[in-house]
Design a protein around this ligand. Sequence first.
Ligand code: FE
Ligand code: FE
Ligand code: FE
Ligand code: ZN
Length: 210
Amino acid sequence: MATKNEPTSGLRKLLEDQLADIYYAEKQLVKALPKMVKAATNEELRAAFDGHLEETKGQVARLEQVFEAMDMPAKAKTCPAILGILQECNELMEEYADDEALDAALVDGAKKVEHYEIATYTSLCAWAERLGLDDVAGMLKENLEEEQAADEKLTSLTEEVLSETGANDEEEEEMVDADKGDRSPNTSRKGTKGSANGIAKKTTGQVSKR
Ligand code: FE
Ligand code: FE
Ligand code: FE
Ligand code: ZN
């Protein structure tokens, strides 16, 4: 059925188009990640960025193999989305350069990058499979799985990075609950019995906090 003269299908064109997009994005990330490695203060976060930088170089090379397998020259097409995400990331890096929340900002920026990549590779894999390009789909899936692992690593570092900020959201709620106990109607002037009730109420209030 398929001959060499058959016009390229829309899906094949879409695959080629988005391959050029992600190829551009990955090459931008090879340039951007060293800045994030330098900026990160948390050792584990720095190691995660450094590890993903090496992976990203491998992803660029893998995409070049994909182009080869598809009999087309490796070409990059400007991806305004990744440029926008990286611009936001750069702005945060400058604004929070000397702030305790810098690492939290870096995790946020990096996760936005990973989610963009995951969205693209998920589509690319499905399209390549549908077009019967199994070897291409296999290579794209390797990139996809590395992005998913990178995203999960960032998620696992979220709490640790937040603990560096010294912010604590738990104390306040406890105090509000104890206060409510004090103001319950049973604590109104009813002699010793009322007072005992009041204390019981107060204790209950503390225990029942989430
Ligand atoms: Fe990547
Ligand atoms: Fe794009
Ligand atoms: Fe935004
Ligand atoms: Zn990535």
